[in-house]
Design a protein. Structure first.
Length: 562
């Protein structure tokens, strides 16, 4: 039974070590130990995207073959001056391109880059090598009918570029050149201390006939992953997902990886009267939101090699000649702050993806967030979380430590028994079980605290790695960002020392090989912590210190000495 206990304990350690190593490989972009390297995907033309990926009406969107001819036929004879309008508020610095009236850059003024802490985090951006933009436009219901879209020149009608002191919002208005007598007027409203931008599209029909336009909102992005730390990768946690997401009441939260579009295998609910679309990356997201219960089509398509788009399509109905119609939507571009996302739209908090750990990670974050609200420091909130968890499992841990202390006291007898009966293993096991029964000791009782800690540890790993709230959050001194590794490895070194001390307090296995493994496995296990987020190492170190204190007191109470 003692051998069974040791085997179970080291099996848990070995499995954890293997999973940790696999997580580290995936964290650094290397192939997983349990999956073959992804096969190269052949890059086909835009029309190669599966027909199941795009609703019928969306096939006429700009960027598709059906729209190309219409765009050429409706090219404006009058050109508007090309202008990049830079808008500055207290939280964002945004750039609107007058060619299309699209949002082509958003710099978050309260979030610093982890690659270069002197630079602000940039989410949307359009450069020679990177495309990530938010667009709106119109398509006609009849084939070949061209209307203003995100490739049409616009004229900027607003002069204000900076949110005024004391003002709560900044309004920027643009008007398209007419296309077949139809104009599109876009109005962006940036609000103080808010990453949600109100976007109003007004369709003005100055033509001589009625039109039945459809309005699309979409996010266009290339398939490259953002620079910087790529998030959790431990035992199936979210591995820095970069891609599309669609949410509606029919399909709930659906992730659409770029490779699914490459392979024509993207599958999602394409129609509903609610929902939103988003582009997701580690810690940040952009999303088009429309919370009114109106019918919409969802689409996801490949525009070109390594260029993708997802969006929603709304039928505006008939607009008579000389009439106009407006449509309101919200564009969110910012950090994945869970509480604020939940308030913006149903289900939007799911862009902060905990993976399969969600059932435990979500309540852990809730508790951690409440502690942070009371304490004001994420590091001390993590320490407080450990104290609460240890208090919750105090009696369970105490029972396990008493069992371990008794095992430690029995070790001399067990060692003598093994030496005397080494030639009769069966009788040796019977005598060992007899001793355990007489002394009322459970040989595997000491494994229970470790088994309980592992799922909590994995869930907290996801919380600390996925939560932008903890990104760039300092603790004390040299720990200036709890979401990345300790720059001087002080916490991992202390954690390794505490692990060895805890091993010293545990019963020494009678088997010499197991005794050596008892020291080797914690050392190997501890090595992985040198690459884990400082917040996670702080959690484990605090947990070790409290466990050591509790175990030492119990050993002393039972008169067990080393």
């Amino acid at each position: 039974m003692n051998d069974l206990r040791r085997t179970l304990l080291w099996s848990v350690f070995a499995l954890s070590l293997l999973m940790l190593w696999d997580g580290w490989l995936r964290h650094t972009g290397q192939p997983s130990l349990f999956a073959p390297a992804p096969a190269a995907v052949a890059q086909g033309p835009a029309s190669a995207a599966s027909a199941n990926t795009v609703p019928a009406a969306a096939s006429a969107l700009p960027g598709t073959p059906a729209a190309a001819a219409a765009a050429v036929a409706a090219s404006a004879a009058v050109e508007a001056p090309h202008e990049l309008v830079t808008i500055t508020t207290d939280v964002v610095k945004a750039t609107i391109d007058s060619h299309g009236g699209s949002l082509v850059k958003v710099e978050l003024l309260k979030e610093m880059s982890q690659e270069d802490t002197t630079q602000h985090m940039v989410v949307l951006d359009k450069t020679a090598t990177h495309t990530y933009v938010a667009e709106t436009g119109l398509i006609g219901q009849s084939a070949g009918q061209a209307l203003p879209n995100h490739t049409t020149p616009f004229v900027v009608l607003t002069k204000d570029r900076t949110l005024a002191e004391g003002a709560n919002e900044l309004v920027v208005k643009l008007e398209s050149l007419p296309v077949n007598g139809v104009k599109l007027v876009k109005t962006y409203t940036f609000k103080r201390d808010n990453y949600a931008i109100d976007v109003k599209d007004e369709v003005v029909n100055a033509s001589a006939q009625a039109i039945k336009p459809e309005l699309y909102v979409q996010i266009e992005r290339d398939g490259s992953k953002p620079a910087g730390p790529h998030g959790p990768a431990f035992m199936g946690g979210p591995v820095s997902y970069t891609g599309m997401a669609v949410f509606n009441s029919k399909g709930k939260y659906q992730k659409l990886d770029f490779k699914h579009l490459d392979e024509g295998k993207a599958d999602f609910e394409k129609t509903d009267n609610n929902g939103w679309v988003a582009m997701v990356q580690h810690h940040f997201a952009s999303a088009w939101l429309q919370n009114d219960p109106i019918p919409r089509e969802f689409f996801a398509k490949k525009l070109a090699t390594d260029l993708y788009a997802t969006g929603m399509l709304f039928n505006l109905g008939e607009i008579a000649a000389g009439q106009s119609k407006t449509f309101d939507a919200t564009l969110f571009v910012g950090p994945q702050e869970e509480n604020k996302l939940r308030a913006l739209a149903p289900g939007l908090e799911y862009v902060k993806d905990y993976g399969w750990t969600h059932i435990m990670a979500a309540p852990l974050f809730w508790l951690l967030d409440k502690l942070h609200g009371l304490i004001g420091n994420w590091g001390w909130a993590i320490v407080s979380l450990v104290v609460l968890l240890k208090a919750a499992f105090f009696w369970l841990n105490a029972s396990a430590y008493r069992s371990m202390a008794k095992m430690k006291a029995l070790n001399p007898r067990i060692q003598t028994l093994r030496e005397n009966l080494k030639d009769d293993p069966q009788k040796m096991q019977q005598e060992m079980l007899k001793i355990y029964r007489e002394e009322k000791v459970n040989p595997i009782g000491g494994c229970l605290p470790i088994l309980i800690q592992i799922p909590v540890f994995i869930a907290l790993y996801s919380v600390l790695s996925s939560s932008v709230e903890i990104r760039n959050a300092p603790w004390i001194g040299w720990i200036t960002d709890l979401s990345v590794k300790d720059p001087f490895y002080v916490l991992p070194a202390l954690m390794t020392g505490s692990t060895l001390l805890q091993t010293w307090l545990n019963p020494t296995p009678p088997d010499p090989v197991q005794a050596k493994m008892m020291w080797i496995m914690p050392l190997l296990f501890s090595v992985m912590f040198f690459f884990f987020p400082a917040g996670l190492v702080l959690y484990w170190l605090t947990n070790n210190l409290l466990s050591i204190a509790q175990q030492w007191v119990i050993n002393k109470q039972l008169g067990v000495t080393k």
